[in-house]
Design a binder for this molecule. Sequence first.
Ligand SMILES: [Zn+2]
Length: 169
Amino acid sequence: MKMISTEKVAKATNVIQACKPSLIAQPKPRSPKVVCAKLGKGMSGMYLAGPLIIMNSRYFEGDEKLEDPKWLSILAHEMEHMRQGPIYAYSVIGELEAWQAGWRVLEAHGHPLTPAQLEIMALPVKMERTLLKHAQQLMEAYAGKAYGIKNRPLYPAYLELLVWLGLKS
Ligand SMILES: [Zn+2]
């Protein structure tokens, strides 16, 4: 496991913030601790807990990767999960916010998004079951069944509990 230098991460955080990926830009995003470690084959990065973000060492070979918009986009995605916290992150709404944050960074770097990505980008982020079910379908069509978005609750677990108790719809 290798730690990415705090200077490099702080620089990347500033670039990401300048792209205004909605939520993580306000007020100022907390700089994460980024480490490089071996993750599963299909994964680029992962948010663990606290300020810890892991980049997959299978693909992330050196600090200079943090200047590449693709990796900045992945970092923005994981920083959005960091802002959310692990329970909120493990939900469809959490992923939707993180996907939008990551892709906004790509857009800001002049990468055109595909029609499928634009459709997901255009979705409003709201605690609404029909909307989030629709988002879940689009996300599965984009990422494939193996991504497992269908296994995630639409709302964060503590809100799903309120739904289950009949206190929320
Ligand atoms: Zn995610």
